[in-house]
Design a protein around this ligand. Structure first.
Ligand SMILES: Cc1ncc(COP(=O)(O)O)c(C=O)c1O
Ligand SMILES: N[C@@H](CCOP(=O)(O)O)C(=O)O
Length: 463
């Protein structure tokens, strides 16, 4: 199995090398050269399997020779052992034909744990075997950072630096990043918004002297392994509703387009998915793009769903690569226009191709609060604001022929203020996190400046 860059001119890599590299050296994102498929019988055979067994069967063809069957199976088992629900990703019914996929039973209470817990294991295994060490730098609007710190803390083959936007993550998210005491993890509060954090991260990858000196690696969804691990729950949930003999649709609260892109990969693999619906908050670049064809950045407006306060949506590049017939030069040109002019227009052909798979909807702050209240009263489910955005768009767009699965991407207790304002209920953190607010915080404030950030990282590694 080989991986190619969306911009067409970086070296072709194996799964393991793509995983350890993060961003491709031409600035693009790695994708599989070809997408392995599963037949209807292969999918039917997933009925009754555990989440871990499903994960093995869905992901195995993408991994190639990088890990043996036995090792890969063991690492999957270790990854999900700490989840707080036997099903790992339970499906609950909200209304006739509408289901909620609860992805918040992992250690940091967000869907990021599904991928991060696994790639923590894969990194440690691969780096120990190779006798190598890497520096992971991640950008977060709250959940990726906490999941990464949780998954990589204390591992001896990695140092982890997480850039988060100062003052723009929830208090629970911040404390999850700043309270672990392990010396290999570092939380950095950047003066800026999430797009600044992500832009500086990409600058570091494109600054080859720094990249090679610190042996830079990434665990954002620029890393293909992150996307791959998220493909699994599309299969597990669709199968539990009757796939491959019944089609389903998914609505996905979306920011960086990684989670919904995993759904697109599941569809390409053969899972009968009807619609993939992008649900955005007021930072709605994806909804605007799918509606008009114009991908034009705007200022990031803080919202009550802070993890989705994103205007430059990294993985959209992977969708564009397919929509432009896998033409890396065309994608590179669009990304240059984005960098230099703040946007681009998607060609008619590419837009039509995107619309064959994706629908979209945008939810205001008021609608988000109203949906939390409605779901609590009428559906018996306390939603986080991100999941509420998904439920609102799903309710607006679903039809009676095809079951709709909405992804619940975080636990309501990560965003207690918004949930309490909407429902009158202040959700509690699980018992194992009950002392989160008593733990000591460790954080470095930093300017939005590439050189200063690189110096900070190099100094920390050397000390
Ligand atoms: C709770 C939550 N919901 C939704 C999203 C959006 O997911 P994606 O960036 O994969 O589109 C994020 C951040 O990634 C998140 O943390
Ligand atoms: N919402 C994310 C933003 C980063 O997304 P990623 O999937 O690319 O890691 C977050 O919570 O940090």
């Amino acid at each position: 199995m080989k991986y190619v860059s969306t911009r067409g001119s970086a070296p072709v890599l194996t799964f393991e090398d793509a995983m350890l590299s993060g961003l491709a050296r031409d600035g693009g994102l790695y994708v599989p050269e070809t997408i392995p498929t599963m037949s209807a019988d292969d999918i039917r055979a997933l009925h009754g399997l555990s989440y871990e067994e499903t994960a093995f069967r869905v992901m195995r063809p993408f991994v190639g020779d990088s890990f043996s069957d036995e090792t890969f199976g063991d690492l999957i088992s270790k990854a999900y052992a700490g989840f707080g629900h036997g099903a790992r990703a339970p499906l609950v019914q909200l209304a006739p034909g509408h289901f909620l996929l609860e992805l918040f039973h992992g250690p940091t209470l967000a869907f990021k744990d599904f991928a991060m817990q696994l790639i923590g294991q894969l990194f440690q295994e691969a780096l120990t075997r190779r006798g190598e060490r890497v520096t992971i730098v991640g950008a977060t609007s709250g959940d990726t950072g906490s999941a990464a710190i949780e998954a990589f803390k204390g591992l001896d083959a990695v140092d982890v630096f997480i850039l988060f936007p100062h003052g723009r993550v929830s208090e629970v998210q911040r404390r999850q990043m700043t309270t672990p005491s392990e010396s290999n993890v570092h939380a950095i509060a950047l003066d800026g918004h999430f797009d600044d954090c992500q832009a500086r991260l990409k600058d570091m990858f494109n600054h080859f002297d720094f990249r090679d000196e610190v042996r830079l690696a990434g665990v954002n969804s620029i890393n293909w392994a992150r996307v791959l691990a998220q493909v699994v729950y599309y299969f597990s949930s669709a199968v539990s509703l009757g796939a491959p003999d019944r089609k389903v649709s998914f609505t996905v609260p979306t920011g960086n387009f990684g989670d919904i892109f995993a759904g697109y990969i599941a569809k390409k693999m053969g899972l009968p998915i009807d619609r993939l619906v992008v649900a955005t908050n007021q930072n709605d670049i994806l909804h605007r793009c799918l509606s008009t064809g114009g991908y034009v950045t705007d200022t990031v407006t803080p919202s009550i769903s802070p993890s989705m306060d994103i205007q430059v949506s990294s993985n959209f590049e992977r969708a564009l690569f397919d929509a432009y017939g896998r033409d890396g030069n065309a994608v590179a040109q669009l990304m240059d226009e984005l960098k230099n002019g703040g946007g681009f227009n998607v060609s008619q052909g590419a837009l039509q191709s995107l619309r064959e798979h994706f629908d979209s909807g945008r939810v205001s702050e008021e609608e988000t609060l109203a949906t939390i209240a409605m779901a609590n009263q009428s559906m018996g489910e306390l939603l986080c604001p991100h999941s509420a955005i998904g439920v609102k768009v799903a309710e607006d767009q679903r039809n009676s022929d095809t079951p709709m699965i909405t992804l619940a991407t975080a636990h309501p207790a990560k965003f207690p203020e918004a949930v309490e304002k909407a429902s009158g209920i202040r959700p509690d953190l699980p018992e194992r996190m009950a002392d989160l607010f008593d733990r000591e915080e460790r954080v470095t404030r930093a300017a939005n400046d590439l050189t200063a950030l690189e110096t900070l990282i190099k100094d920390r590694i050397a000390s």
